[in-house]
Design a protein around this ligand. Structure first.
Ligand code: UN1
Length: 513
């Protein structure tokens, strides 16, 4: 762990051998079972975290709801100032935090730094937003009346995040929620609890320095049962959850049963359509980064390449060539492209997917396999694989969170490729590689991609924070991050004011007493 400066990074982030996984800011406690965080990089124990019991949770919620009454009255631009300071702290700690992300989650150090950069970017975005939480004004149909709308904070926002973006997805939610006047309770993935502790330490210091109350940023830890405390809790008007479709369906139903709001960011099954007019060089970079970046564990990872038959062999050979150059190994070593999967369960899923595609009649053209020997002791390193498949295969309908890329062939019009691309239950990210304006515009038109993200001459992953991020169908319909995604963190109120001494009724109704 000392080799890549992990010990120094942990120290800079205030991570101890045993951490309290429940926190309201600077007050940390926790009396639950102990969660152990092992690195998929080398299998070593990084540190332990005490989980949150029901009793701990009630303390957190009491503190959070009390903090809300203070925080919501602070002018939004002043809340923005706090988020600005938080962003600056992240700038200072970018390297240690990027390193911890890489070491606890397994993505490359470059991608770990990129993730922290997303946090910094969303803070900047939120600071600007803090002066722009705009509503509209409308013209009243009644004389001497004024009508407008305003946005008020919602309350306590619950955040459930996944292991694959252990810090950025929290920041997307929390930076916006904070400027909107909400307080947040976060349950990070039980696979990356230390990333949660580190972020909470950073936030806590900023709130404390500014003399703000405990409870604006809260952390809870544990498995799905801890998440359930939030989904069933009617004091939480919004639950923002990132993870599997299976998890999202449960969260959606539990939150809806109490008529709460949920913001869901679930699975993707993202495809790149490669048309006869594609720039092959660009296609290869986009497809390979999309498929093997974060070892295929992004929700935006490229899972399917839908290639026109006229250029199929050319594209296939170029992609296979690129795969042969991939270096797999310790993600903190910047010579490597691909790090480990999160754990050995993920390795099993990867193996099963490769088995299944062969059973269904597919052909593996870049052999997969679990890597063994020096440097691979954790058992989590796999060879990124490519299989030729058919769009209708059962396995191709699923999001396997691993570097398995399916090559699918289409013939004729781009419409056929769009049909294949849309023919799955997920609807997160999509892309077309083409220099043909007609094909590109068709792909973006109403009859084109049905995804929340549709790119031209860019891969499926690596979205910028400025756009709204999320997808349709079983991806869950939520939108986070940029554009007007902030609106979900606030409640809208329509106000009509009568400044006359008459009381005319709307719709021309007369009512005489
Ligand atoms: C995720 O995988 O949950 O677009 C988020 C991307 C990143 C975010 C991915 N900016 O790939």
């Amino acid at each position: 762990a000392t080799q890549f400066g992990i010990d120094t990074a942990l120290k800079a982030l205030g991570i101890e051998a045993l951490n309290n996984g429940t926190s309201t800011g600077s007050k940390n406690f926790g009396s639950g079972e102990i969660l152990v965080s092992h690195s998929p990089v080398d299998g070593a124990l990084i540190a332990k975290v005490k989980t949150t019991t029901e009793e701990d949770y009630y303390k957190v919620m009491a503190t959070a709801t009390a903090a809300f009454t203070t925080w919501r009255t602070m002018p939004a631009p002043q809340r923005g100032e706090i988020v600005r300071q938080f962003g600056n702290k992240l700038r200072e700690l970018k390297e240690p935090l990027g390193k911890l992300v890489s070491y606890e989650m397994g993505k490359s150090y470059q991608e770990g730094l990129g993730e922290v950069q997303e946090m910094i970017d969303i803070c900047d975005f939120a600071v600007g937003l803090s002066r722009q939480l705009h509503g509209l004004t409308m013209h009243s149909e009644r004389p001497g009346h004024r009508m407008y709308e305003q946005y008020h904070p919602l309350g306590v926002v619950g955040i459930i995040s996944a292991f694959n973006f252990p810090v950025a997805v929290w920041a997307w939610n929390t930076a916006l929620a904070w400027v909107c006047g909400d307080v947040c309770v976060w349950k990070p993935s039980e696979k990356t609890p230390l990333c949660g502790v580190a972020c909470q330490n950073i936030a806590a210091e900023v709130f404390k320095t500014n003399g703000l109350p405990e409870g604006i940023s809260c952390l809870i830890n544990g498995d799905y049962k801890v998440g359930e405390m939030m989904t069933t809790d009617s004091r939480i008007p919004l639950v923002s959850a990132t993870g599997s479709i299976r998890m999202g369906k449960i969260v959606a139903q539990v939150v809806a049963a109490r008529l709460g709001k949920s913001l869901l960011e679930l699975g993707g099954n993202n495809a790149i359509i490669v048309t006869p007019d594609a720039d092959i060089k660009m296609t290869v970079i986009g497809a390979v980064f999309g498929a093997v970046g974060t070892a295929g564990q992004r929700c935006t990872s490229t899972r399917r390449l839908i290639i026109h038959d006229s250029i199929y062999d050319k594209v296939k050979n170029a992609v296979v060539d690129a795969y042969n150059q991939l270096r797999i190994g310790n993600p903190l070593d910047e010579n490597n492209h691909v790090g480990p999967l999160i754990d050995t369960d993920a390795v099993d899923m990867y193996n099963k997917a490769l088995q299944k595609v062969v059973e269904e009649g597919g052909k593996v053209i870049v052999e997969g396999g679990v890597l063994e020997g020096e440097g691979y002791e954790s058992g989590c390193y796999v060879q990124p694989a490519i299989a030729e498949a058919k769009p209708g295969f059962e396995i191709v309908q699923h999001e396997t969170f691993a570097p398995v890329l399916y090559l699918l062939k289409y013939s004729g019009d781009v419409e056929n490729a769009i049909g294949i691309q849309n023919g799955v239950v997920q609807g997160l990210s999509s892309a077309i590689m083409t220099n043909n304006l007609r094909e590109a515009e068709h792909f973006l038109s109403v009859g084109g991609s049905d995804c929340g993200i549709a790119n031209v001459n860019i891969g499926t992953s690596g979205a910028e924070i400025g756009g709204a991020f999320g997808g349709e169908k079983e991806t869950g319909g939520g939108r986070e991050s940029g554009s007007d995604a902030w609106k979900v963190y606030m409640r809208r109120q329509t106000n009509t004011i009568n400044y006359t001494d008459k009381l005319p009724l709307a719709q021309g109704i007369t009512f005489k007493l």
